[in-house]
Design a protein around this ligand. Structure first.
Ligand code: FAD
Length: 491
């Protein structure tokens, strides 16, 4: 008889976990408290517009493809995606505009022709980021970090080249070493925000993120980001995974130190194995009433959150790309406000994502769907109503100043997502986008493991545990979880 596994949460981590377990031969049920799959990867439609609500940048698509391969399916029968030529268009307050091309030579030439940074500096930076990635990926990003790691040859190879890992420098210090122009430093510092961290604190090792985008490429699905979820969800249904939507797990049932099932308002269910995709803080605080959040987790700082305004825009802006950044003038101050004062920045870096540039069906003709995001602190009980109203005014002023457009006259409708809503919708503790931040050199090693050390048959996936947040790492967490189970069941 097939063993039964419960997955709590149908975020990308939970969907991937369900498929991995199915592939191992489990009968899988996924419990999801909301009415649809995706968690933070979500969409809404209004008056002929479609908006991706969460992630907009897609790297390492082969990790999605891998899920189809498990069942002998062709990924292209489910999802197609394009590689972007210009990844992001950067606008600075002093009038500089930089197109961040996917192609490294073009990017280096663009930076070289508009600043005093020689093209070779950009090329060397990205070559070195590739080396850092090669040394860390197999020890850390795609493998559990544990006593086995310390025995592996790959780990010692990396340890012997520790200087290449840039652990002791902050990302900002590292970037300053390569680039003699503060604006180029700012461009590469921004990658710290890809896991909700502060470039003035996070280690230089995180330069691997720029390697993913520029050396390996940034992609976009033909029908927008939510297609990633739709394609995997379809595969899960075809493989016989059961989905129980609108059914919130209230407790992970345990007996004699083992997970034995879950209970929901609709009943109590027996399972041989439980995997949670819910935020690890929420798991300890709400689903395991006899367990406390481990002290080491409690001490970690939460990653940043976000304020997003979704605008239906009655005009086209040919001067913009799909991904655009309007940089703040004082990046250091922006991060001090976010992580120390825990307030929305006075001069925020504004990210404008317009999927209709790539997917014309996402907005009516002559219109655009603007996703306007600024970094926000995790929720600490701020007066959000007042903070958001003031930030909205500053965002509109910044767009007017930098893009020379009076956008307010073209906003047909507006919706919003803020840290409190993110927590309410997805259970993400304090509305953090990526679990814990990586604002110290040990943080990346201190994420919760993909299994419970106190309760047998209980596993964890998703952005709040090892190896971290973001779509690729969530997919990697599900793979690691399945490898741990495979090993236990065959040993
Ligand atoms: C605005 C925004 C922008 C982002 N941008 C990017 C980006 O560009 N690129 C990128 O790679 N990543 C990005 N991210 C991060 C990325 O979205 C997340 O890291 C990832 O989607 C998290 O997936 P997950 O599986 O960990 O969990 P989640 O997506 O948080 O899903 C958890 C699911 O569990 C459900 N759940 C929780 N508790 C229970 C319970 N008790 N019972 C049943 N169900 C439960 C929730 O309803 C939810 O559906 C962004 C996130 C946000 C919010």
């Amino acid at each position: 008889m097939e063993k039964k596994a419960a997955v709590i949460g149908a975020g990308i981590g939970g969907l991937a976990a369900g498929l991995r377990l199915r592939h191992l031969g489990f009968q899988v049920t996924i419990f999801e408290s909301s009415g649809k799959a995706g968690g933070k990867i979500n969409e809404f439609r209004h008056n002929g517009f479609r908006f991706d609500m969460g992630p907009s940048l897609f790297t390492l698509p082969e990790l999605v493809d891998e899920l189809f391969g498990l069942f002998g399916k062709k990924p292209e029968d489910y999802i197609r995606y394009d590689k972007l030529d210009v990844i992001t268009k950067y606008f600075y307050e002093d009038g500089l505009i930089l197109n961040a091309y996917s192609n490294v030579n073009k990017l280096a030439e663009e930076i070289g022709s508009k600043t005093n940074v020689p093209p070779e500096a950009t090329k060397k930076y990205l070559r070195d980021a590739a080396t850092t990635y090669d040394l860390t990926a197999d020890n850390f990003i795609f493998k559990p970090f544990n006593s086995e790691t310390l025995k592996s040859k790959k780990f010692w190879k990396a340890a012997l080249r520790i200087r290449k890992l840039n652990v002791t420098k902050t990302m900002h210090e590292l970037n300053k070493k390569y680039f003699g122009d503060a604006r180029v430093v700012q461009l590469f510092d921004r990658y710290a925000t890809y896991n909700g961290s502060n470039p003035y604190q996070t280690p230089g090792t995180l330069s691997v993120i720029s390697h993913l985008e520029h050396n390996l490429g940034a992609f976009f699905p033909e029908k927008g980001m939510y297609q990633i979820v739709e394609s995997i969800y379809r595969l899960a249904q075809e493989q016989g995974i059961e989905f129980r939507f609108n059914e919130k797990v209230q407790e992970i049932r345990t007996a004699k130190g083992k997970a034995i099932g879950v209970s929901t308002p609709e009943g109590s269910y027996d399972f041989d194995l439980v995997v949670s995709d819910a935020d690890i803080f929420t798991v300890y605080k709400k689903l395991l009433p006899d367990k406390d959040v481990p002290a080491i987790q409690r001490k970690q700082e939460r990653s940043s959150s976000a304020l997003i305004l979704y605008w239906g825009i009655s005009k086209e802006h040919p001067e913009l790309e799909m991904h655009n950044i309007l940089f703040s003038d004082d990046y250091k101050k922006e991060f001090e406000q976010l992580f120390n004062a825990k307030e929305l920045p006075e001069d925020p870096t504004v990210y404008i994502f317009i999927s209709s540039k790539q997917v014309p069906a996402d907005a009516p003709q002559g219109h655009e769907n603007w996703f306007v995001m600024i970094n926000a602190p995790a929720d600490a009980g701020q007066d959000w109503e007042q903070e958001i109203a003031a930030a909205r005014t500053r965002i509109i002023r910044k767009i007017r100043r930098v893009l020379k457009t009076d956008i307010e006259n073209h906003i047909l409708f507006e919706r919003q997502l803020d840290p409190v809503m993110i927590e309410r919708k997805t259970g993400s503790y304090k509305g953090a986008l990526y679990g814990n931040s990586s604002n110290n050199k040990f943080a990346a090693f201190l994420r919760h493991k993909n299994y419970s050390s106190g309760i047998k048959n209980l596993y964890f996936v998703g952005g709040s545990v090892h190896p971290g947040g973001g779509i690729p790492l969530c997919l990697s967490s599900a793979k690691m979880m399945s490898e741990l189970i495979d090993k236990t069941s065959t040993s």
